[in-house]
Design a protein around this ligand. Sequence first.
Ligand code: NAI
Length: 331
Amino acid sequence: MTSVVMIAGDGIGPEVMAATRQVLQAVGARVDWVEAHAGLDAVEKFGDPLPEQTLELIRKHRVAIKGPCTTPVGKGFRSINVRLRQDLALFASVRPVRTLPGVKVPYDNVDLIVVRENTEGLYAGLEHVVVPGVVESLRIVTREAAERIVRYTFELARHQGRRKVTVVHKASILPLSDGMFLRIADRIADDYPFIEYEQQTIDHVALDLAFDPTPYDVLVMENLFGDVMSDLCAGLVGGLGVVPGANIGERYALFEAVHGSAPDIAGKGLANPIALLRSAAMMLDHIGQRASAKRIEQSVCRTLEAKVGLTRDLGGDGNTRTITAQLIANL
Ligand code: NAI
């Protein structure tokens, strides 16, 4: 048994988490759930959307899964997700993006991994007013973080038998920061001669992905570029309702769906649990329960292909209960 901290989150979070747990139970995953709180739920209970108790539990058990949390707007709270990444040094966001059977999209052969540096860039949150009407936002790039994310990406590519790593940048406009990032990537790429390596500007990659995503394989980039690109790539395979996500650090790992708390459908039993379920499959893979992870991925494919019991966002007329029943039946 492995202990996993479970944060159900807000809105549809508890609904998709309950569905995910049912499927994990059916597949025989050996997980001990440790409940923790974040989001609006935690503001009510602890006066903080990310209470120290929750961080302590993650530090203790080292692996967590999280549903979406509503960020209270205009109340002076820092984003929960940014805090989790920075406080737990979850330096890599990993989003596998693969075409799924039965999901209608322009391309039928997308298979990408987007790796995003998670701790600095413009997300360092350093902004100030220089003089009234002029604001400066600082984009932090450090050698240490650049080396860490590029090395991580090549190791991921090696472990998963991927063919190519593309470093996405804008060094023509940002020669100091992105220039350093590229020089670091060049040096690290030399240690992996069996993996093809290229550098490409962000605008070039965005255009290519719209026309034909197949030349790309594993993409790595700084924080804000990664934020935009990972959602663009999710769009290539059916959107945020079906793609999983992981935030990985040296000590801790946090798995989460990338969609929000969907207040418009919360409490109605209409939420699609696939993104969180696939994030849970990534988590099972991470803790060494690979066979269960694989069975879940196969069940997701079978369920989408059969088009029975699907939720409305997937074009069906079912709900969370019917899709979960299919996901279990197809294991
Ligand atoms: P959203 O992703 O919650 O919703 C956008 C649209 O997609 C809505 O129409 C919603 O019904 C639909 N949708 C999302 N997930 C779905 C699912 N699993 N099944 C079926 N339909 C689904 O984005 P929105 O409305 O911008 O954000 C709502 C709240 O979520 C905000 O408070 C925001 O801060 C928070 N949020 C939290 C995230 C996280 O915790 N990781 C990520 C993004 C947003």
